[in-house]
Ligand binder design. Structure first.
Ligand SMILES: [Zn+2]
Length: 301
């Protein structure tokens, strides 16, 4: 899994920072998460292949997280896209997209399917051969949910020498990787444990979009390999964080610490901060394994 951060600014873009959008890449698939204004340009700047995106996940309907969508959807059409596209978001996203496409007489060359979800309970909203995505209910001024991406359990590794030793036919290999024993021609049963090694560890990424400090999310994101948590403000502006439904850097780090995650990356910084070192230090003071989100930053998970 690789995360590419496309934008780290809150509310308005700055010369150095675009609005919220991230791309999670697993094998040859990319999953787009939020799509603030300018996301298309950021994708081009940072070499993100748009064609690999089959699913888009939107946390909430604030403009700084969705104003990039109409442009991206219509650019796909201008490029003659044929692959279907799934769009997941809170209730209301369908009305937003359909009314803009209608008002601008846009024509799509591909199948766009929009799935709306409630943001009050956690639900699995998507599954494919690589991963599963569930919603993380958040506390914001409008319905908002983050997303937990969990890689599917991986197959066991077959030991190459055992294939030769027991003359295992090719068509049996997949079953053995999935845990089956092997029955040789003479009837001898060879236990799976003797043929395979433990599978690689499945990774997880939690995207915690705009939210007030919320302890309720801790059990769900417990132990993830990477947590992205918004950190719009410094503690000195905590009152504003409370008023606007956002978190401070220290609060993001406290969530990471209590959820025992491997790494934290913070973002969605208020445009008032030009130097983000204090934001990083504030978080690291609580949770040492914190990375500062930057536009174009790639993190291997
Ligand atoms: Zn918001």
């Amino acid at each position: 899994m690789k995360l590419t951060i496309l934008g780290t600014s809150a509310a308005v873009p700055t010369v150095k920072r675009g609005l919220t959008s991230q791309v999670l890449t697993v094998e040859n698939r990319s999953y787009l998460i939020d799509c603030g204004e300018g996301t298309q340009l950021q994708m081009q700047r940072f070499g993100v292949a748009r064609g690999k995106i089959r699913q888009i996940f939107i946390s909430h309907l604030h403009g700084d997280h969705v104003f990039g969508l109409p442009g991206l959807l219509t650019s796909f059409a201008l490029n003659g896209r044929k692959e279907p596209l799934d769009l997941f978001g809170p209730i209301g996203i369908s009305r937003y997209i359909i009314s803009i496409l209608e008002a601008t007489t846009a024509f799509l060359t591909y199948q766009l399917t929009i799935y709306e979800h409630e943001t009050t309970d956690s639900k699995i909203i998507f599954r494919d051969h690589l991963l599963e995505v569930s919603t993380i209910p958040l506390v914001h001024r409008v319905p908002c949910a983050g997303f937990l991406f969990q890689e599917n359990p991986k197959q066991r590794h077959i030991i190459p020498e055992k294939i030769v030793e027991f003359q295992i036919p090719f068509h049996k290999i997949n079953g053995i990787k999935n845990g089956a024993n092997f029955v040789a021609e003479n009837g001898q049963v060879i236990d799976n444990q003797a043929l395979t090694l433990e599978p690689s560890v499945s990774k997880s990424f939690a995207f915690v979009s705009d939210t007030s400090f919320s302890e309720a999310i801790i059990p769900q994101i417990s132990g993830v390999n990477l947590l992205y948590h918004e950190a719009t403000f410094l503690t000195e502006h905590e009152k504003e964080a409370i008023l606007t439904g956002h978190s401070t850097a220290a609060q993001a780090a406290e969530i990471a610490n209590r959820a025992n995650v491997e790494k934290l990356v913070i973002g969605h910084f208020s445009a008032r901060y030009s130097d983000l070192l204090p934001n990083l230090l504030e978080a690291q003071n609580v949770f040492n394994q914190t990375i500062l989100g930057e536009d174009g930053l790639e993190i291997l998970i």
